[in-house]
Structures are given as structure tokens and as C-alpha cells.
Ligand binder design. Structure first.
Ligand code: URA
Length: 247
């Protein structure tokens, strides 16, 4: 299949898309022996011989799967117009470019998967996979049980009902934390849900994605997922969610 050259070069893991464009414009790329210096040129990465500075590209099918414990104060995008630190700056020593799967707000912390495997990323973000994500939230006050029950059964957000979810208090006292497990990830969903019952979230931490937890993963640290973990994620089905992954 034909793809844009800059995409192929970036996909080979040697540089970013932007730098790949520069490399092409600088006339450092050949396709089957012919110099190509026009942006937008296409080639077939499976069939064509693409060379950068004379070096033959081998297509990276080497996927990387990382689990990050994001600290508060990082944006979960690859770059930020406001120049705030990004989660990508926490990933070191990996030559492939990885992308965050979904988002965690700047003020939220906790688990994020980063990968260059677009197929798995799309699957994990799809409604069909129904991968559960659990959050611990600290609220401004103490919500009344009727409010919690309402959130659990679903509310209308952006004209669509939220899926039923589980909410449990953690500990006692005036301002207990709550654990909430969602099977979807809509924009600022947790914050907006609790706001709806008059309880702004003051702290939010994602502590579980499917079966992955932050055990042994300090804030700011990244680890590779094991092969078994990746396979388990790829094969995640809604029925696994129904079985329950909570302790
Ligand atoms: N829901 C939110 O409101 N924020 C997050 O960061 C994650 C889920």
C-alpha cells in the first residue's frame, strides 16, 4: 500500500514526522534508486527500497507498549502549545515514538498506556472493548447516597447517557475518597459526573486499567508491559469487564 514518504520514514522509528519532511526536502531520500525531494510523494514501504542517506529503511513492526504513572502537572499530549511538560518527556531510552492512549487531565495523575501500536490504541479506546478504568477521587465534600446512586445508574452527558458504573467510598470521615470504575472515557468524564451532583473533584488518580495497577510503579515512572499483558489487553472482551476486575 502506498503511503506518504514522511510517514514511512517516521514509522521506521528513526525520526519524527516533521524531521522526516526536512530530510526529504534536503534531498536525502531515494526510492528505488531515484532521488525524491518533493513532499507528499508516496511509496510502498513493503515493496519499495527506500533509503535515507543511502541507508535502507527497514519497517518497524517492533511495537512498544509502556505503562506510565503520570504525575500531576504533565499534559497527556505529545506537544503542548503552552509549553507545559508532556508525558512523552517522561519516556526515555526508547527509539520508537509512542503516543498516549486516551487522556488524563493536567491536574490528574495515574496510569496511562503509551504505544506505537495504533491498532491496540484504537481498540482500547473503542466503546466495544469496554476496558474498565478505575479512579480514586477526592471530593470537595461528602455526596449524599442518592447522588451517588444517580451517577451509578447513568446520567446524560453531551446528550448521551453514561454507562452504568460502580462507585464505592474508601475509608470513613467527612470527606472520604471514592473509587469509581468506568467502562468508557469521555471528555473530563469523572469530573463532570461529580460536578453534576454538586461535588467538584479536588484530586483524581487513575489506579487501574483493566488488570493493570500502579503496584511498584512510582509517580513519574514508566515500565514496559509484558508480552502476556499485551496479549491479555488485545484479547480483552466486554465479558471480561462483566466478570469484574476489582479486588
Ligand atoms: N475523567 C476526568 O475527568 N479526568 C481525567 O483525567 C480522567 C477521567
Amino acid at each position: 500500500m502506498q503511503e506518504r514518504l514522511q510517514k514511512i520514514i517516521a514509522g521506521a522509528g528513526i525520526t519524527s514526522r516533521r524531521k522526516a519532511e526536512r530530510i526529504i526536502l534536503e534531498g536525502r531520500v531515494t526510492v528505488n534508486g531515484q532521488a525524491v525531494s518533493k513532499l507528499g510523494s508516496k511509496a510502498d514501504p513493503e515493496r519499495d527500497h527506500i533509503r535515507v542517506d543511502g541507508r535502507l529503511l527497514t519497517r518497524t513492526t517492533e511495537f512498544v507498549y509502556l505503562l506510565l504513572n503520570k504525575p500531576v502537572g504533565y499534559v497527556s499530549t505529545v506537544s503542548d502549545p503552552q509549553k507545559r511538560p508532556t508525558v512523552i518527556s517522561l519516556v526515555r531510552g526508547i527509539k520508537q515514538r509512542v503516543y498516549p492512549v486516551g487522556r488524563l487531565d493536567y491536574h490528574s495523575s495515574g496510569l496511562m498506556i503509551l504505544t506505537n501500536d495504533g491498532e491496540l490504541a484504537n481498540f482500547l479506546m473503542s466503546r466495544a472493548s469496554a476496558v474498565p478504568r478505575s479512579y480514586l477521587v477526592k471530593l470537595e465534600g461528602k455526596p449524599d447516597p442518592a447522588g451517588i446512586a444517580k451517577l451509578e445508574s447513568g446520567i446524560s452527558l453531551d446528550g448521551r447517557r453514561t454507562e452504568p458504573c460502580r462507585i464505592r467510598p474508601i475509608g470513613e470521615g467527612d470527606k472520604p475518597w471514592f473509587a469509581i470504575t468506568l467502562v468508557e472515557g469521555r471528555y473530563h468524564q469523572v469530573r463532570r459526573m461529580f460536578e453534576r451532583i454538586g461535588q467538584p473533584v479536588v484530586k483524581l488518580k487513575r489506579v487501574r486499567i483493566a488488570f493493570l495497577t500502579d503496584k511498584d510503579l512510582a509517580p513519574g515512572r514508566v515500565r514496559h508491559l509484558t508480552h502476556a499483558e499485551v496479549e491479555r489487553l488485545k484479547n480483552w472482551r466486554a465479558k471480561d469487564t462483566a466478570k469484574g476486575v476489582e479486588d
